[in-house]
Design a protein around this ligand. Structure first.
Ligand code: URA
Length: 209
């Protein structure tokens, strides 16, 4: 895959606009995130390894395509990653799931780890790390560091919105990790928020402030 894929599908773009609007309610925001996550998951899983399985249709036997290899691993970067995870699990119900808990120190903007739990045999799985907002890229790059330390070698990163700074940071730290996003916004502001963005994704999906 290319290092950066922007999913320009009209449904994704329309839903993203609704999510950006500040009047959009928590319930609608969460529902839209669930829907978009499935469209992004469709894109990021587009080139999975396939094999065939012998089956019998009501008409005749055939060698039919099925996914090959170990179940893939979805890794939610807490807490906002959970908003993408739920929808993706509906599409890929047999995926294994892990969590990386990082919060961003509001002063330094650097990631601080507080939780790490991932599936075994990460080295044999496609690992998809999910976090709605790729802002500075510091948390995402740190999460990918941890996944590589845990053995992951085939990693992709899925987000809803990316800032150029975050994409550059990820490219520098993890050039082997393709990124799939719905939009590449203009920049970060002084507080590290994506501009024009959608605000704090975690607050908007969980109704906190
Ligand atoms: N995290 C968010 O939730 N929003 C941003 O704009 C940047 C980081």
């Amino acid at each position: 895959m290319d290092h950066l894929t922007i999913v320009t599908h009209p449904l994704v773009q329309h839903k993203l606009t609704l999510m950006r609007e500040k009047e959009t309610s928590t319930a609608v925001f969460r529902q839209l995130l669930r829907e978009i996550s499935q469209l992004l998951a469709y894109e990021i899983t587009g080139q999975l390894e396939m094999t065939t399985k012998r089956i019998e249709t009501p008409i005749q036997p055939m060698d039919a395509p099925v996914l090959d290899g170990r179940k893939l691993a979805l890794i939610s970067i807490l807490r906002a990653g959970n908003g993408l995870l739920d929808g993706m699990l509906e599409l890929i119900p047999s995926a294994r799931v892990g969590f990386v808990g990082l919060y961003r120190d509001e002063e330094t903007l650097q990631p601080v780890e507080y939780y790490f739990k991932v599936p075994d045999n990460l080295d044999e799985r496609l690992v998809i790390a999910v976090d709605p907002m790729l802002a500075t890229g510091n948390s995402s790059a740190a999460a990918i560091d941890k996944l590589k330390e845990a053995g992951a070698t085939n990693i992709r990163f899925l987000c809803l919105l990316a800032a150029p700074e975050g994409v550059a940071r990820m490219k520098e730290a993890h050039p082997d990790v393709p990124i799939v996003t719905a939009a590449l916004d203009e920049k970060l502001n002084d507080q590290g928020y994506i501009v024009p963005g959608l605000g704090d994704a975690g607050d908007r999906m969980f109704g906190t402030k």
